[in-house]
Design a protein around this ligand. Structure first.
Ligand SMILES: NC(=O)c1ccc[n+]([C@@H]2O[C@H](COP(=O)([O-])OP(=O)(O)OC[C@H]3O[C@@H](n4cnc5c(N)ncnc54)[C@H](OP(=O)(O)O)[C@@H]3O)[C@@H](O)[C@H]2O)c1
Length: 231
């Protein structure tokens, strides 16, 4: 199987690259600033907010069975998620949409032709339960929440279009839970230890989920236990 991990140097991305390599799949992966730490897999440097970069990537990739987008931001060097609407910052909001929403749309646009296998294919975007409108009881984190809600809508919309065009492709938004990576690091002191999982655990959970998914599951937000979450 040919597997593309987008954002393969991130905490979750790296664990997925290792898992798919270890079980014998052909792994293709992208990195951004940090060079890849592994000697296996075929790596491509790509800023996935840049459409030209994704067009070049699509040209060199073979047909794919699995695409998983692991790119995302929650905080930057200069900004942390907002506690109140008064701390909304235009640049940070735009950066959230650009990094957490746009790349999945660009990947779907330019990799659609790669997902036409006669067997089942999977197009997965790492999302987050905090992007669920129905689940939002706490408020706060408005840029991240809005960008993941927009990602969820993007996934649902792509899934509807591809039901006819790519009838064997399962398109899902995936909530990983809280995983021990640089993205969650500043918030980990507030997380009970039993709720904080390692990337390798999550990679195995996502792999198990892919093995169980039916095409009828397309267009859903699904968590690491395989539970469908409300949008
Ligand atoms: N960790 C969690 O608890 C958690 C919870 C819920 C959802 N998620 C979601 O899971 C996904 C993966 O998160 P993670 O925890 O693995 O985060 P991470 O370790 O911080 O990795 C994120 C990756 O995104 C890459 N990236 C950022 N901007 C990019 C760009 N413009 N082009 C290409 N790559 C770019 C980063 O590369 P550079 O550093 O080189 O820019 C980094 O490798 C994210 O979508 C996140 O929202 C994570």
């Amino acid at each position: 199987m040919n597997v593309l991990i987008v954002g393969g140097v991130g905490g979750i991305g790296q664990a997925l690259v290792s898992l798919f390599h270890d079980i014998g799949h052909n792994v293709f992966a992208t990195y951004h600033h940090t060079p890849p730490p592994t000697s296996y897999g075929r790596w491509f440097q790509c800023d996935v907010t840049d459409e030209a970069c994704i067009i070049e990537l699509a040209k060199v990739l073979p047909k794919l069975d699995i695409v998983i987008n692991c790119v995302g931001i929650l905080h930057t060097d200069n900004a942390t998620p907002e506690k109140t609407i008064q701390s909304l910052d235009v640049e940070f909001f735009t950066r959230n949409i650009e990094t957490n929403t746009l790349p999945t749309l660009l990947l779907a646009k330019h990799l659609q032709a790669h997902l036409t296998s006669k067997h089942a294919t999977y197009f997965v975007a790492l999302s987050a339960k905090v992007g669920s409108i129905e689940d939002n009881q706490l408020g706060g984190w408005i840029s991240y929440r809005a960008s993941k809600a927009a990602l969820n809508m993007s996934i649902k919309t792509i899934a509807i279009e591809w039901r006819a065009k790519l009838p064997r492709c399962c398109v899902i938004a995936f909530h990983p839970g809280t995983i021990d990576t640089p993205l969650s690091a500043p918030f980990q002191p507030r997380i009970p230890s039993h709720q904080l999982h390692q990337p390798e655990w999550l990679a195995s959970k996502l792999h198990q989920l892919l093995n169980k998914l039916e095409h009828s599951d397309t267009g859903q937000l699904i968590d690491y236990n395989g539970t469908k979450l409300p949008w």
